[in-house]
Design a protein around this ligand. Structure first.
Ligand code: C5P
Length: 223
């Protein structure tokens, strides 16, 4: 099992999906799980910062977690929410929801089960540190803040190109990434941090293909 952790906007999801596809492995996007719970919280009208109310409802949220790297469609109660979970409301509210220990504990059980269900590439913030500390290979993928903001802006612009929402500007994206990463890194439970035995890849100066090739080389070395 390969764990890929790191802050937002590094291209982590794309790298993880491509590595999984190249290895014929499954892919698990744990961020999507936190986003699905967050969307359910918002739709129920619960305050995402109300830890008790969120803890009470989390077990009742039912969803599937796709593990095919080329088919990442997400549904909530039978409705496709693949783009909605990436929208600004969910992105804002996912920070307090993912800092909630009851939510983390609930999702950890499912994440561990899926991580061990076959050859898997699992992507998140705490996979190598908390979820599967004995992963064969742990990658901590990072890039400098400006480059991450540019990448996320490009990705958002691509996503909204056909919709009415205006593309966000890079400065606003940078602020949002900094807000999320600070919160993820400083939270009490499962903060974002590199595992001691993780291979840190700084992809600031790397093309996507180079990053994928680096992870595949490390995976081959570990057998
Ligand atoms: O990866 P993505 O940006 O979709 O993750 C959304 C949010 O979910 C992150 O900002 C983080 O707060 C949370 N998350 C987490 N632990 C994970 C994956 C995501 O706390 N393993």
């Amino acid at each position: 099992m390969i764990a890929i952790d790191g802050p937002s906007g590094t291209g982590k999801s794309t790298v993880a999906r491509r590595v999984a596809a190249a290895l014929g492995a499954g892919y698990l996007d744990t961020g999507a799980m936190y986003r699905l719970i967050t969307l359910a919280v918002l739709e129920t009208g619960i305050d995402p910062t109300d830890d008790e109310a969120v803890a009470t409802m989390v077990a009742s949220v039912t969803f599937d977690s796709p593990t095919d790297p080329s088919a990442q469609q997400h549904e909530l109660a039978g409705r496709s929410v693949t783009s909605e979970i990436r929208g600004p409301e969910v992105t804002r509210a996912v920070t307090p929801v993912s800092a909630n220990p009851a939510v983390r504990e609930h999702l950890a059980t499912r994440q561990r089960r899926l991580a061990r269900s076959g050859r898997m590439v699992v992507e998140g913030r705490d996979i190598g540190t908390v979820i599967v500390p004995d992963a064969e290979l742990k990658i901590y993928l990072t890039a400098d803040a400006d480059e991450r903001a540019r990448r996320r802006h490009r990705q958002d612009a691509g996503r909204t190109a056909a919709a009415v929402a205006p593309a966000s500007d890079i400065a606003a994206v940078a602020l949002d990434l900094a807000r999320r990463d600070d919160a993820d890194s400083s939270r009490q439970h499962a903060p974002l941090q590199a595992a001691d035995d993780a291979v840190v890849i700084d992809s600031s100066q790397m093309e996507l293909a180079e990053t994928v090739a680096t992870v595949l080389r490390l995976a081959a070395e570990r057998g």
